[in-house]
Design a protein around this ligand. Structure first.
Ligand SMILES: Nc1ncnc2c1ncn2[C@@H]1O[C@H](COP(=O)(O)OP(=O)(O)OP(=O)(O)O)[C@@H](O)[C@H]1O
Length: 984
């Protein structure tokens, strides 16, 4: 059938994009072909036309010019042309002349491409096979989504990320103590959800001061590029919704919360996940809710996933904390009083967990557990534990199950994750250095006036919006309120405030190589202080506060961070510096003290965070006998607040705030004994509250916040991927196939650049890009921000895989096999089938049945050699063939190939039931376990939302149906032709 006849359909070997051609004319020397789809006509030499005849066979599906699809049952040849007989999708019988085939029919399927002579290079076929193999392997890994990010493997973070990202629509409060990595945890959760398709759109709302820090962390650590949206950019969208401009949008809370029009837009966009940083600012009380809370509350009702981040959940009071839990789960947290009462039961739960470790032991321990375990399956487990017949291994397993159940079913643990320094360990010590300074006369007069309650004085303070408490704690602010800075004769406060003199001396003593972070409560104090250092000592100190633009703020932080040319000191305001990373410095000057213990901890947390290598030196200059001196003593002696994070600061302030405020009024100045007794009472209260919390709530929170065995299992899986030697091999092959140049820089690093023959642009590697340096080593990548870490989850690798598996690249090949024991002239066919299982992305079907490859190797007689000859073993012995030769070979063996293709399909189908069964079993085990756990939890504390249970049920059913419907499709095929060993 290779002789040309008008009306026949042929395809151009070199220009398949022209579509299906029709022979117009033919004579002894030339053949003219019309490619209707591309409106091109070509004339070729009749003897050497680079054309392949297109003839389909029984079972093939073909597109007709009328837009139908025809399944071929039989073919008939008439006058050199083919008539296809078959049926359409609606089962009508049809006969179709080949002239009526669709002109734009494309040949993507492996079989069609092979039979129309379109063969790819052998290395592309091999890369395709390996892509499928690794893709399915990685999709099943417990490290999926957690192994790629450039982070240290810190157990509590990986535990939380793993636990939260497994849940359907996770809604949690990430409340680790300051600086323990909540941003990293949120990034890991987001990364996994995006990678697995459980989320595709995320909104991240953070204080303005943190937008760039988030942007950079997400990019550098997670290779996630998010769109940073502000008002200027939003205006460019006119009528369109700016929140639709990217997959992940990062925006400042201040901007959104102040802008009702943008709030309407954000609410009308579709989101899967909302992340809110520094969520303690979302203020709520039974009387009123802040605009931020109201905005997040509306969003939280529309968005399935919600992560709230705060290190100080109770900074705005217990009510406000409760209100944030209510955002996460309104069904569970609907009654504030009940919430308060529940806390009194936590000690009993914690005792039961501990009693469990001692079982089978004393009767009192049985009772402790019996009082908490009130459902039949838990009691049955308890019986097993108490049964004298059960062996140690059984007991261990039951003990573990019961412990999990107790921790799961009681407390806020499921909604709230809080790790503490004490529990995580390895943090540096904190040293307090107090400098007592003499009271300047101006301040002494001010304090007198304050005590006397002078009306005129009070009016000035009111006009300056300065309350009496703050007027006492911040004398420079009082001075500013009383003195007009515009009047030249008024001396600025920093001329006589002894703290300024002290600071200049301190900076000099520490030397310019020691970085010092100064935090002052007020923005204006920070600004004045910078001027004071410049005027009085010639020191350039950048300032960092809430009213600076983002660019100015980042510039200031960068000037401070720079090791070589950087400034020695950065002066921050209280709010301006919240959440920022300054752990490269270890001297903190508290120019004054904040009123709330949580703010004190937030200040120290700028330095005392993961990555801090030195003990923290906290310097506090305090004016003798001033209200600040009183507050300092209260913090230090009453709360020990400088040494370690205090666990109950909010409660203590609630109990003693009024008395402390009164002490500021009088006691700090005349030193009578009432301050001593206040401190004593504070200490007693604090100790008691701590003991109570340690016995109950904190213990439950900590046990729940990190379960070491699970964390270890995740870390092991990540390390296994880190050490996977298949990755460098795969990447080398992929770079080669895609035409990316790589230069070895030594030290485990290589530089990648787009090669001149790149077949497709890749992330960061489009023509003209400079490329980038990569390493496989986590340690090296962590030490160098400018080097990217290659992993199975790096965008370069995932894009390569997607490009290959979503296209026809490498889905056909032909190679020669020269082997001493195999005679020449024989055919073999290597077929790669792939599971096909359409399901919505959100089902994350890949957890159970990722695209799975089934390889079948047949010899010419149809014997199945798959188990005898491995893919790698065969590949090693294969040789390339020129494309023209390959085409000729294929043309000459069409019929045999068709037979083998059919046989291969039958062989592969045999494997399908096993694949389906295994996937269903895994899915059912995982989801049934989760369902029964959730049902039991729901009976116990109502912490489970009904829709969560229902969703899991629906998910299980949908997965069951989807897996049941899985089929196998031919993904790639390689023809192997054996040649005599002496052949050349
Ligand atoms: N696993 C990790 N690997 C490397 N660096 C980390 C890791 N975890 C945290 N860090 C670094 O430690 C610092 C603190 O982390 P992060 O900002 O996530 O803490 P946080 O709990 O959100 O802090 P805050 O309470 O101040 O908001 C950051 O500089 C972060 O990059």
């Amino acid at each position: 059938m290779s002789d040309f006849s008008p009306g026949q359909r042929w395809i151009s070997d070199g220009e398949t994009e022209l579509g299906l051609g029709t022979i117009l004319t033919v004579d002894a020397r030339a053949v003219t072909v019309l490619f209707t789809a591309s409106q091109e006509t070509r004339t070729y030499s009749a003897r050497q036309a680079p054309l392949t005849r297109v003839v389909f066979g029984p079972g093939d599906c073909i597109d007709t010019a009328d837009g139908d699809r025809l399944t071929v049952e039989r073919i008939e040849e008439r006058d050199g042309c083919v008539i296809y007989h078959g049926h359409t999708d609606d089962t009508a019988s049809v006969s179709l002349s080949e002239a009526k085939l669709s002109d734009s029919m494309r040949f993507h399927q492996a079989q069609d491409r092979l039979l129309t002579g379109q063969v790819d290079r052998n290395d592309r076929f091999e890369l395709r096979y390996r892509s499928l193999h690794h893709h399915q392997r990685i999709a099943r890994s417990p490290a999926l989504g957690l192994a790629g990010p450039r982070i240290d493997l810190i157990p509590h973070q990986l535990y939380i990320a793993d636990e939260v990202s497994r849940r359907h629509a996770p809604r949690v409060l990430l409340a680790d103590e300051v600086g323990l990595g909540k941003t990293i945890e949120a990034g890991l959760i987001l990364h996994r959800l995006l990678l697995t398709g459980r989320a595709s759109r995320a909104l991240i709302l953070v204080p303005a001061s943190l937008t760039h820090q988030w942007l950079i962390e997400l990019l550098r650590r997670f290779s996630l590029s998010v769109t940073l949206l502000d008002e200027a950019q939003s205006e460019a969208f006119d009528e369109d919704n700016p929140f639709d401009s990217g997959q992940c949008i990062l925006a400042s809370q201040e901007w959104l919360f102040a802008n009702p029009q943008r709030q309407r837009q954000v609410e009308s966009a579709q989101w899967d996940l909302l992340i809110v940083d520094e969520a303690h600012h979302l203020d709520w009380s039974p009387q009123a809710e802040g605009p931020g809370y109201a905005c997040i509350e509306r969003l939280s009702k529309r968005i399935a996933g919600l992560l709230l981040l705060t290190a100080t959940p109770e900074q705005m009071g217990l009510e406000s904390h409760f209100a944030r839990l209510r955002l996460l789960d309104p069904d569970r947290y609907h009654d504030l009083e009940r919430f308060r009462e529940e806390e009194s039961g936590y000690t009993a739960v914690a005792e039961a967990v501990e009693a469990l470790e001692r079982l089978p032991g004393e009767a009192a321990d049985h009772d402790r557990l019996g009082a908490i375990l009130d459902d039949s399956d838990s009691r049955a487990l308890l019986e097993t534990l108490l049964d004298a017949e059960s062996d140690a291994a059984q007991q261990d397993s039951v003990r573990r199950q019961l412990r999990e159940q107790l921790l799961d079913r009681h407390g806020t643990g499921r909604v709230m994750f809080r790790n503490s320094r004490r529990h995580v360990g390895g943090f540096p010590e904190r040293h307090l250095h107090v400098a007592s300074l003499a009271m300047p006369a101006v301040y002494a007069d001010q304090f007198d006036e304050l005590r006397q309650g002078n009306d005129h004085f009070a009016a000035r303070l009111t006009a300056a919006d300065l309350g009496t408490r703050d007027a006492r704690l911040y004398p420079e602010a009082t001075y500013r309120a009383l003195h007009d800075a515009a009047v030249q004769s008024d001396t600025p406060w920093w001329r006589f405030d002894p703290r300024v003199e002290w600071l200049i001396g301190q900076l000099d003593t520490l030397g310019s190589r020691q970085k010092v972070l100064v935090i002052a409560h007020w923005r204006q104090t920070a600004v004045d202080l910078a001027e004071a250092l410049r005027v009085r000592a010639g020191i350039q100190a950048p300032v960092f506060h809430e009213e600076m633009s983002l660019v100015e703020r980042d510039r200031a932080a960068a000037a401070f961070a720079d090791d070589d040319s950087g400034c020695q000191v950065l002066i921050c305001s209280e709010i301006g510096s919240e959440g920022r990373n300054f752990q490269f410095c270890h001297h903190l000057v508290m120019f004054d003290l904040p009123w709330h213990p949580d703010l004190l901890e937030q200040r120290i947390g700028r330095l005392d965070r993961i990555g801090q290598l030195h003990p923290i030196d906290i310097h506090v200059p305090v004016i003798e006998r001033s209200p600040s001196a009183t507050l300092l003593r209260w913090y230090h002696d009453g709360l020990a607040a400088f040494e370690a994070p205090h666990a109950a600061g909010g409660d203590v302030l609630e109990a003693f705030g009024d008395a402390l405020r009164e002490s500021l009024d009088d006691d700090g100045l005349d030193g009578n004994g009432s301050l001593d007794s206040l401190i004593e009472e504070t200490r007693t209260f604090n100790d008691a509250r701590l003991a109570e919390r340690e016995a109950g709530r904190n213990r439950l929170l900590e046990w729940n916040a990190c379960r070491p065995e699970r964390a270890d299992a995740v870390i092991n899986a990540v390390v296994e991927q880190d050490n996977d030697s298949a990755l460098p091999r795969y990447v080398d092959q992929a770079l080669d196939v895609f035409g990316v140049d790589s230069r070895d820089l030594g030290n485990g690093q290589m530089h990648l650049t787009p090669g001149s023959h790149m077949i497709d642009s890749l992330p960061g590697l489009a023509q003209g890009d400079e490329g980038f340096t990569v390493t496989y080593s986590r340690t090296r990548a962590l030490a160098r921000d400018d080097i990217q870490r290659l992993s199975w989850e790096h965008p370069l690798v995932t894009t390569v895989m997607e490009r290959i598996l979503d296209s026809s690249l490498g889905n056909t090949a032909l190679a020669l096999l020269k082997h001493p024991n195999i005679p020449g002239g024989r055919l073999m066919l290597e077929l790669i089938f792939r599971t096909h299982c359409p399901a919505p992305r959100r089902l994350q079907l890949g957890r159970f049945l990722p695209d799975t490859g089934v390889r079948v190797l047949l010899d010419e007689s149809g014997a199945n050699l798959s188990d005898k000859v491995t893919f790698s073993g065969l590949s090693r012995n294969l040789q390339r063939v020129k494309k023209g030769v390959a085409r000729e070979l294929l043309k000459s063996r069409h019929d045999t190939l068709r037979e083998l293709l059919k046989k291969g399909e039958q062989e592969a189908q045999r494997e399908l039931p096993t694949l389906i069964e295994r996937a269903q079993q895994e899915m059912r085990e995982a989801l049934d376990l989760e369902l029964s756990r959730l049902r039991a939890l729901a009976r116990h504390n109502g912490a489970i939302r009904d829709d969560e249970l229902q969703a899991l049920n629906d998910e299980r059913q949908a997965l069951d149906v989807a897996i049941e419907g899985a089929s196998l499709r031919l993904d790639a095929v390689r023809v192997i032709v054996t040649v005599d060993k002496d052949a050349r």
